[in-house]
Design a protein around this ligand. Structure first.
Ligand code: ZN
Length: 151
């Protein structure tokens, strides 16, 4: 049987090689830039918000496998969520990567994708790679103009 960590590794490699939702979103009404100088990762997150719901999420950027996979997984998860669900998801994500909590199953989203990123907590330097897209997304929702920096 495949080790669960190998499986997570596979998912990360797959998302970094073939990122989902990659490219500019022309009708985005919410966007922000993020920069992780420690590793050289850069992301630009684009969101389309209608009412209180994310109807589209895309990203552009370049960086290491973890930063790209995290942005890819995140944009996949955001689409269709209400804004309060997005905030709850951010909290879950933060707990998973910083405290190593395993995300509990909940009814509105498949948290397996978050658990995929949980391995990074063993590599503190990598946490910034994994969280970059998420902090940038949060800044986009808050309408921040200045680029997010992890440093
Ligand atoms: Zn990185």
């Amino acid at each position: 049987m495949m080790d669960i960590r190998d499986l997570y590794q596979e998912v990360i490699l797959d998302h970094s090689r073939r990122p989902r939702n990659f490219g500019r979103l022309a009708d985005a009404n919410c966007e922000a830039e993020g920069d992780n100088p420690l590793c050289g990762d850069r992301v630009h997150i684009y969101l389309r918000i209608e009412g209180d719901r994310v109807t589209e999420a895309r990203f552009e950027g370049r960086g290491c496998a973890i930063s790209m996979a995290s942005a890819s997984l995140m944009t996949d998860m955001l689409r269709g969520l209400a804004l309060d669900e997005v905030r709850a998801l951010f909290q879950h994500f933060h707990a998973v990567v910083t405290h190593g909590e395993s995300a509990e199953a909940c009814d509105w989203i498949d948290l397996d994708k978050l658990n995929v990123l949980s391995g990074v907590r063993e590599y503190p330097v990598r946490i910034k790679c994994a969280t970059l897209a998420w902090h940038t997304m949060k800044a986009a929702l808050e309408g921040k103009r200045t680029p997010v920096r992890t440093e």
